[in-house]
Design a protein around this ligand. Structure first.
Ligand code: ADP
Ligand code: MG
Length: 339
């Protein structure tokens, strides 16, 4: 029987090849096509345009009946997060919306959440499309990167540190509690729910990382799975200190197993994971104080020379995690393989 087709395999097999051959003929304008957080267009020699689309589907990305204001916020935030991952400054976005019915109250709340986020990052709505259908929100966001400074997934070098912003795992901890996968007291849930419903795109950080980070992405599907995208694109291997992953006090108070699981493979955090040469430690420590906490979580150890990259996990004492635990922590989200 043929192996189950995953989200990334299907993009690669059915969309990447076709687009690559066409992109070849447009080489001057298409700097980078499918496979990173954003595509990069270069309408002028001195600047590039980052382009990204993300879709939220009812029942898949959010529960039916979800708060419309949160949805407006999140739909734009997840796109801005991809711009942040490239070091891009938001320029504008389009909104394609399928609505089961035209409900003025719902739309008022949705647009409030959407425009609050748009205002915060000076990113205007410039067009879109509206149709009747199952609730689906699709945004395409555009961002600007001066010169050749966009931060790609493919730039990690042997010896680089691996860093992550903010804290990881709260969105997954909250989701699991809502789905009764594990118990969580009400006040703890209250303190972390905003991480799941109203993620903050790390735009300011992304722009500061231009010229500092060698590669970056935003953590949307789970840290270790997402880090593998960097390793693959950069053809390198890495080591991560699993107990060094930054977590909130709420997640730190859970069992070791749950803490590790949520931080290592929980989705929806929208923090930035990036690599940088060790010579940038002082600059990053100062950013960590002035802007947003940044934590060093591991390093790029060697080149993978075209082979499948390896990611080694160590615990707080420096011991290697066993294979079963490593496998468990590496399962990140895939729309066609995960449930
Ligand atoms: P992210 O999580 O950063 O938004 P994805 O995992 O959704 O990125 O997508 C990985 C890459 O595949 C991106 O470069 C994206 O633009 C591309 N991609 C995803 N779906 C399609 C599609 N249907 N057609 C073309 N490219 C796609
Ligand atoms: Mg991304």
């Amino acid at each position: 029987m043929e192996a189950k087709l995953g989200e990334f395999d299907l993009i690669w097999r059915f969309f990447n090849a076709g687009s690559e051959s066409m992109a070849q003929t447009q080489k001057n304008q298409v700097l980078l096509g499918i496979g990173d957080d954003c595509a990069l267009l270069q309408p002028h020699a001195t600047q590039s345009l980052a382009v990204t689309s993300d879709m939220l589907v009812e029942g898949r990305h959010f529960f039916a009946g979800a708060n419309a204001e949160w949805l407006g916020h999140k739909a734009l935030a997840v796109n801005l997060s991809d711009l942040a991952a490239m070091g891009a400054k938001p320029v504008g976005f389009t909104l394609a919306l399928a609505l089961p019915n035209a409900n003025a109250d719902w739309l008022a709340q949705f647009s409030q959440g959407l425009f609050r986020m748009a205002q915060q990052w000076q990113c205007p709505l410039i067009g879109g499309d509206t149709t009747q259908g199952p609730l689906t929100i699709c945004i395409t966001a555009l961002g600007h990167v001066p010169g050749g400074d966009a931060i790609k997934r493919s730039g990690a070098k042997v010896g680089d540190d691996i860093w992550v912003s903010g804290t990881l795992g709260d969105a997954r901890l909250a989701l699991g509690a809502l789905r009764s996968e594990w118990p969580l007291d009400h006040s703890s849930l209250e303190t972390i729910l905003h991480r799941m419903h109203e993620p903050e795109p790390r735009i300011a950080l992304g722009m500061q990382l231009r010229g500092i980070a060698s590669s970056a992405l935003d953590v949307s599907d789970g840290l270790l799975g997402d880090l593998r995208h960097i390793l693959k694109a950069s053809q390198v291997n890495a080591e991560v200190l699993i107990d060094q992953l930054p977590t909130s006090r709420t997640l730190a108070a859970q069992t070791e197993q749950l803490r590790r699981q949520c931080a290592a493979n929980g989705g929806d955090d929208y923090e930035l994971c990036f690599t940088a040469p060790t010579s940038k430690r002082i600059a990053l420590e100062s950013l960590s104080t002035s802007l947003l906490p940044l934590t060093r979580i591991g390093s790029i150890t060697s080149a993978s020379n075209g082979a499948e990259p390896t990611l080694i996990l160590r615990d707080a004492s420096g011991n290697l995690l066993n294979a079963a635990e490593t496998m468990r922590l590496m399962q990140s989200f895939d729309h066609f393989k995960s449930n």
